[in-house]
Design a protein around this ligand. Structure first.
Ligand code: AMP
Ligand code: FE
Ligand code: FE
Ligand code: ZN
Length: 295
């Protein structure tokens, strides 16, 4: 990976605690080497990598924002909710996240079965090995399919076998977008809509999510066309949402941008933090007043 300098904030990254390729500490080291100073670790359905990331961040001068990304199932397409400032020590939250991770495991088992039926047998054991204990996801399956020689590249697995309209795709059992926003809010976090370009009928679903407590929208995202970012900034203004951004770095295939690959305003994290509320949190972490007078 290139050591070229990056932008200082990255609010969307994945480690091997979910479907990224790098351990949390290694991910933070790579980000720090590129000049990232504030990084959210936003693994799917887990906060289990956060402590390791914070420890490495303290060593290297990178502020780690604890986060998770909740993929949802509904008529609205791929609605993914990023939850910021959640507490890894919140046991009630961990129980819900564990349920989501268990569902992920069952879904991947079903996809492995379906792949075998249509002539692409990969072993569940190998998929689990690739995942190294992380929250299971299609990226692990994609890598197993690539290794087995069934697809020419990792990304082709999504294009031909396990993407949404592909033959081995199985829908997930989990949260609706509304439930994901509520889950984050009920545990004292700040929800932002990830890569809004993957939602269907965004302008219809967005006001509903705002009513549920949505506080941000990921306007700065690599695979958005330039004019889309302007549209999302307009929606952020209209609904009073914080414009967030991030690389969605996984360290696998072409998906995502390099760490710190996206520009966003320098006060983005202060604005997000100001959207925390006291109510509903079961957190053992004290509530921090947003820093005033800093720009
Ligand atoms: P899952 O959570 O199991 O449904 O898998 C979704 C994950 O797969 C996303 O978080 C990405 O990491 C990855 N992904 C989704 N679509 C693609 C794609 N077209 N190419 C590569 N990776 C993808
Ligand atoms: Fe992912
Ligand atoms: Fe996502
Ligand atoms: Zn992501």
């Amino acid at each position: 990976m290139s050591e070229a300098l990056a932008y200082p904030i990255d609010l969307h990254t994945h480690s091997l605690r979910s479907d990224g390729a790098l351990a949390p500490a290694e991910l933070v080291r790579r980000a720090a080497a590129r000049g990232v100073r504030i990084q959210a670790l936003s693994d799917h359905d887990t906060l289990l990598g956060v402590a390791e990331a914070i420890a490495e961040g303290e060593r290297l001068g990178v502020r780690i924002v604890p986060a998770t990304e909740l993929n949802t199932e509904s008529e609205w397409g791929d609605v993914h909710i990023l939850g910021y400032f959640l507490d890894p020590a919140d046991t009630a939250l961990e129980e819900r996240l564990k349920w989501l991770r268990d569902n992920r495991g069952r879904r991947i088992e079903l996809m492995v079965e379906r792949l075998a039926t249509i002539g692409f047998p990969v072993s569940l054991e190998r998929v689990l090995e690739i995942a190294q204990g992380g929250a299971l996801g299609r990226p692990h399956l994609a890598q197993a399919l690539f290794e087995a020689g069934f697809v020419p590249t990792y990304d082709d697995a999504f294009r031909t076998l396990i993407g949404k309209d592909s033959p081995a795709y199985v829908a997930r059992v989990g949260l609706t977008p509304h439930e994901a926003v509520r889950l984050v809010r009920d545990h004292g976090g700040v929800p932002s809509l990830a890569h809004p370009g993957t939602a269907v009928e965004l302008e219809a679903v967005l006001p509903q999510l705002v009513d549920a407590g949505l506080a941000g929208i990921e306007c700065y995202y690599a695979s958005h066309p330039a004019d889309a970012a302007v549209r999302y900034l307009g929606l952020a203004l209209r609904y009073g949402l914080v414009a967030t951004g991030g690389s969605d770095f996984h360290g696998r295939g072409e998906h995502g941008a390099p760490l710190g690959g996206l520009w966003m305003p320098h006060d983005t994290v202060d604005l997000l933090e100001a959207r925390r509320t006291r109510t509903g949190t079961t957190s053992s972490t004290p509530y921090f007043e947003p820093v005033k007078g800093r720009s």
